[in-house]
Write a protein of this length. Structure first.
Length: 137
């Protein structure tokens, strides 16, 4: 299994909206950055992803699971980009803010800090464990 972080603006698509989709999940679409799209293509069924509220909040708020691997993004007229389908797993007991992530030297290598505009990024297993511990799961 691999771990990822996916960003969404909560006023566009929030963790609560994701939760309401239930077991059928929802497409993670609209990604137009080539590096983020490459990351979507690398996701496998069963991979887990932190759900990050960007712009408003700037914090990890939950965890979702990939239930359908990359397919053509219906919102992309060019046909070049992909989507994956993810289902809600849980909300974090305590969201992990970007401010607190930046304070942790063990997380300074994360794309979340180094490439702040990237919307889909890998998370190594050590960092996954640290971030989960920070949320007190």
């Amino acid at each position: 299994m691999h771990y990822w972080l996916m960003k969404s603006e909560p006023n566009v698509w929030s963790i609560d909206q994701q939760k309401k989709t239930g077991l059928k999940g929802a497409p993670w679409d609209g990604v137009r950055n080539h590096q983020a799209a490459k990351n979507l293509k690398s996701m496998k069924k069963g991979d887990q992803c932190f759900f990050y509220h960007s712009n408003i909040g700037k914090e990890i708020v939950g965890i979702v699971e990939v239930i359908k691997e990359a397919y053509a993004d219906k919102t992309d007229k060019s046909g070049r980009f992909v989507a994956v389908t993810v289902k809600f797993l849980r909300k974090l007991d305590r969201p992990v803010s970007l401010k607190n992530i930046k304070k942790n030297k063990e997380l300074s290598h994360l794309s979340l800090i180094k490439q702040s505009r990237l919307s889909v990024m890998p998370i190594d297993s050590k960092s996954w464990k640290i971030l989960n511990k920070m949320s007190k799961i």
